[in-house]
Design a protein around this ligand. Structure first.
Ligand SMILES: *Cc1c(COP(=O)(O)O)cnc(C)c1O
Length: 396
């Protein structure tokens, strides 16, 4: 997955272009910048690549989620349905706005289970937030039907699945709004950065103002701009955007590599007794950033992980025990260990909602192993890895 593995001359040249003028801010300084607009150019390129209307860059994927939710009017006491298997950013963004993250079970897609989503809906629900974990997607058709039925916003967190598609459409563009992360370990990186994509002009306008202190960005005198509403600072710098410009141009090259590596590793272990691959919803195409499979039970999954590590296979994740991706170990969230006082409403609702039983999620996650697909392997490394994986897993 990590685009940093192939960081090279193109990225260096792009950053150098930004350094030549020294204009490192994305807005203003028109005369000094010599026609160079790294963030704006990256937004145009991203919207085009994603076959959508608008893209807006911000400082991180977490910021993109926060800005998307705020721009959709999500606030105090509103509920946002998030999966039990995700990244902590999902609940951080919701909490930042005074809204309530409602954990919801996943299924064998490793993403939101549509039936569990139905059961999690209350009168306060505003958003369904599927998170396309490890390169593959939620059942977006089913979730869209539910969102339409209840009048909810569908916000796709596609931070780990850029380049994947659903019914031919890029992930991130199926819901009303989608978010990407360009942090250092994502498929393409800005160093730090993120973006939201949408077809809604209204949502885009709000997002670009909200992420820059409410500036309306009308005219060329920043000091004279209006502020239609309050905002915050989630801006990206020109240096980060410059890295992203070079990386986005290489996205398809990265995806091709990822796919080839994934295909070889998958082939090496498919057909082994007890190995069952993650379900990809019909119409979906992964971005191939991870190879995910289930073993017959938790004990076997733990043994398989040990066998793979002993065979020298690195990048093997057992998310079930992970404390920033899976609900079981989110003690700081469950105990609401915040540095500042939280609204009582949130405190009460969180305790009652999130104390639920997530045995259905545990059933899948306890059996799952997830192998990072790297971009930097050469043919020999890939082959050695494929053979080591097959040996380790058939020894069980
Ligand atoms: C990386 C990631 C984020 C947040 O991105 P940052 O840019 O690191 O803030 C959000 N959701 C998922 C699923 C991620 O993997």
């Amino acid at each position: 997955m990590p685009g940093f593995e192939l960081f090279g001359d193109k990225e260096r040249e792009s950053v150098q272009k930004a350094l030549e003028t020294g204009v490192l801010m994305r807005y203003g300084f028109d005369a000094m910048r010599g026609g160079r607009w790294m963030a704006s150019d990256l937004e145009s390129a991203l919207a085009k690549r994603m076959n959508t209307e608008y893209a807006h860059l911000v400082s991180s994927g977490t910021a993109a989620l926060t800005v998307a939710l705020a721009s959709a009017g999500v606030g105090a006491g509103d509920e946002v349905i998030v999966p039990t298997f995700t990244f902590v950013a999902s609940f951080e963004a919701v909490l930042a706005l005074g809204a309530i993250p409602v954990l919801c079970d996943i299924d064998d897609t490793l993403t939101l289970d549509p039936e569990a989503v139905r059961r999690a809906i209350t009168a306060r629900t505003k958003v369904i937030m599927p998170v396309h974990m490890c390169g593959s997607m939620a059942d977006l058709g089913a979730l869209k039907t539910i969102a339409d039925e209840y009048g909810l916003l569908l916000l796709e967190d596609a931070c780990q699945a850029i380049g994947g598609t659903y019914n031919g459409q890029p992930l991130g563009t199926i819901g009303e709004v989608g978010c990407f992360s360009f942090d250092y370990v994502k498929t393409i990186t800005c160093g730090e950065g993120g973006a939201l994509v949408t077809r809604s002009r209204d949502l885009y306008e709000k997002a670009q103002a909200f992420s820059d202190h409410g500036h309306d960005h009308i005219g060329s005198d920043r000091g004279a701009e209006g502020h239609p509403h309050l905002g915050f600072n989630f801006r990206i710098s020109e240096l980060n955007a410059a890295v992203g410009l070079a990386q986005l141009a290489r996205l398809d090259e990265f995806l091709d590599k990822q796919k080839a590596h994934y295909a070889r590793l998958r082939q090496a272990i498919s057909g082994l007794p007890g190995v069952e691959f993650r379900r990809v919803p019909e119409g979906g195409v992964e971005n191939y950033s991870f190879l995910n499979f289930f073993l017959s039970d938790e004990t076997t999954a733990r043994r398989a992980r040990q066998a793979l590590l002993a065979a020298g296979v690195d990048g093997v994740f057992y998310w079930y025990d992970n404390n920033w991706h899976y609900h079981r170990r989110w003690d700081h969230f469950k105990e609401l260990r915040s540095l500042y006082r939280f609204p009582e409403l949130i405190r009460e609702r969180l305790v009652s909602i999130n104390g639920r039983d997530f045995a259905a999620s545990d059933h899948w996650m306890g059996r799952n192993l997830s192998l990072l697909v790297k971009l930097g392997w050469d043919g020999q490394e890939l082959e050695a890895r494929a053979q080591a994986m097959a040996r380790a897993l058939s020894s069980l």
